[in-house]
Design a protein around this ligand. Sequence first.
Ligand code: ADP
Ligand code: MG
Length: 708
Amino acid sequence: MKEKNLPQAVSGGMELKMSVKEIFGENVFNLATMKERLPKATVKSLEKTIKDGTPLDAGVAEVVANAMKDWAIEKGATHYTHWFQPMTGVTAEKHDSFITPADDGKIIMEFSGKELVKGEPDASSFPSGGIRATFEARGYTAWDPTSFAFIKDDTLCIPTAFCSYSGEVLDKKTPLMRSVDVLSKEALRVLKFFGSNATRVESYVGPEQEYFLVDKDLYEQRKDLMLTGRTLFGNKPAKGQELDDHYFGVIKERVSAYMKELDEELWKLGVLAKTKHNEVAPAQHELAPIYSVTNIATDHNQLTMEMMKRVAGRHGLVCLLHEKPYEGINGSGKHNNWSLGTNTGDNLLKPGKDPLHNRRFLLFLSAVIKAVDVYGDLLRVAVATAGNDHRLGANEAPPAIVSMFLGDDLTSVLDSIKKGSDSYESISGVIETGVLSLPSIVRDTTDRNRTSPFAFTGNKFEFRMPGSSQSIAGINIVINTIVADALADFADELEKASDPMAKVDELIRDTIINHSRIIFNGNGYSDEWVEEAKRRGLPVLKTTVDALPVFVCDKVINLFTRHGVFSKIEVESRYEILLEDYIKAINIEALTTLEMAKQEILPACLAYSDSIISSVAMKDSIGINAPQQKELAKKLSNGCETLISAINAMDDVMSKIPENDDLVIATYYKDSVLSAMDTVRSAADAMETIVAKDYWPFPTYTELLYKV
Ligand code: ADP
Ligand code: MG
C-alpha cells in the first residue's frame, strides 16, 4: 500500500529543546512584552498601577486591548475570556472569539478596550449566598491590570474581578485586593514614624502545594475518588508511610516526567515553580513556587492547581487535591508563607542582627501576634472545609487550635522585653559538623516546628492549616485584614502620642504581655496542648460546623465592614455559601457511600460468602469434616449481615435530614451522617480483609498508592 503523504507530526523528538529562560513567561503578556508592543506612556501608566496600586489612566485600555489581541493572535489564540474566581473556589471562564463580520462576507479579528475592561457573564449559576436572586442574573467582570493576561488553550485569559449588578462582590479576587489596599494603608501610617519613604506595602505569599497522584485506570474504577475526590472505603496497605522512605525520596520516572512537564507548563504561564519533592505519604508530592505579591500568588496558585490536573491526564495519571484522599495516610495541605514588604525593598518581618533593638520589626511582629490572638477563631474559619476536617488535629497536620510559634531566639527576645532587660540569649551561631573539609553552616534563628499552625520562619510566617484544595484568597483576606486592623490600632495610638518612640516601646511591651497566650513553641500534636489551650482560653473549634458561626459574629462583621473589605451582606452571603458547600460535600459523599456499598461491595461480599458456604455444604454432604471452613463461612455471612444493617441504618439517617436552617442541617450531617458513613465503611473494610481479591469490586489502597 502506498503511504499517504501526511504532514509530519511534530513529535517530541523533533521539537527544539528550548531553555527555561526562553520558555519562561512565553504565554504571558508581561511588562517585557508590553515594552515591545506598547507606547512608552502606556507602559509607564500600567507599570505605575502594577507597582503602586494606583488607578489606571482612562484611555489606556483601547491601546492595550489592541496590542494584546495582536500578540495573542500571533501566538495562535482565537478566543479571549475574562478569567475570574467565583465562590466555587475554582476559576471560571467564558470564551468569545475575536471574530467580527466584515462587509465582504469575511471576518476581521477585533478586541476593543471596552471588551478588555468589562465583561457581562450571566451570574445566575454562580454561588452568591442569597445576594442575587436568579432573576437578577447580571454580573460584571472587571479587568485587573495588575495581573498579567496569559494564553491558555488558544485563549487569551484576562484576570478579572467579578461582582453583581448591585455592586456586591461575588468573587475572591476583589476582597483580596481590598485587603491588600487596607493593609498597605495602615502599614504606611505606622511606617511614617520610622522615617520610611515607602508609598506602598504589599503582602507576599509563597504557597507550598501538596498533592497525590493516582493511576488513571485505577481511579476510574473508584466511584468515590471520581465523585468526591477521596476514598470512602479501603484499609491501610500493609506498608504505609512508617518507614519514612518516601519523604524527599528518589522520584519515580513517570512522576518525574509529570513534574517536568508541569514545571514547563507553569513556566510558560509565568508561574515561578521552584521546588518539587516527594512528600511523607506514598504517591504524595509537593510543588512550591517562589513567593510573589498576594494577588499574583493567588492567581498563580489557581493556575497551578488547574495545570496539575491537566498535565496528569497526559501521563495516565490523576492529580488528587483533596485534603484527605486516604484514611490512615497523611493528608495534603497548603502552607501559606506570608510576609510584609515595602516598595522600597524592606521586609518588615526581618529581625535583623539585633532584633531586641529593632523597634520597627518588633512593632510589626507585635501587630501579627495581636492579630492572630484576637482573631485566631477567624483564621480557623478561613481553613474550615469538609475535606480539611479530616486533616486538622489528626496528628499529621496542625491541630484545629490556632497558636503561634516564634522559636527560641525570638521568644527569648520577647521575654527580655517583658522583664525590661536589655539583653537576651541567642541560639543562632555556627553549626560545626566536625568534619574539616565541610564548610560550617550558619544556624537559622528559628528551628522548624512542623506542629505549629502559624510559625515564624526567619523573615515570614508560615500558616500551615489551609487545605490543599482551597483557594488561598480567603486565608490571605483574613491575614491581611487582621494584621491591618492591629496596625490601625497602633497607628491611632502613635498619631496621638507626644513621644512616638516611647509609645512604640509601650505598644510592643503591652502586646507581649496581653497576647502571649497565643505563643506556643511546644508539640501541637499532643493531647496536653488541647487541655493547655483551653486553659489559656484559646478557641478550640474542632470541625467546620463548630467554626463557621464565628464568621458572622459581631466582632468579625465589624472587622470587615470597618475596613471596607466586605459589607455585612457580603459576609453573610459567604457564610451561607460555606455552610452549603459543607452540606453538599457530605451529601455527595453519603450518597456515594450508599451506592458503592449497595451496588458494588455487598454483592461482592455475598457472592464470595455464597461460594464458601456452598463449598462447605458440599463437603458436609459427602462427609468431609471442615470445621475451620465452616467458621469462615459463618464469619463471612455475619459480615454481610453487619454490612446490611449498617446500610439500613444509614438509609434511615438519610431519610431524616432536617429541613430547617442550614446550620441545623450541617450539624446533622456532621453528627449523624458522618458517623453512619463510618459504620458502613468499617463493615465494608472488615470484609475487604477476608474476601478474595478477585471478588473485590475495585482497586485497594495498595494498588492506588503504589501503582503510580
Ligand atoms: P519549606 O522548607 O518550608 O518546605 P519551601 O522552600 O518548600 O520551604 O517553601 C518555602 C516557601 O516560602 C516558598 O514558596 C518561598 O518562596 C516562600 N518564601 C520565602 N521567603 C518568603 C517571604 N519573605 N515571604 C513570603 N514567602 C516567602
Ligand atoms: Mg514549609
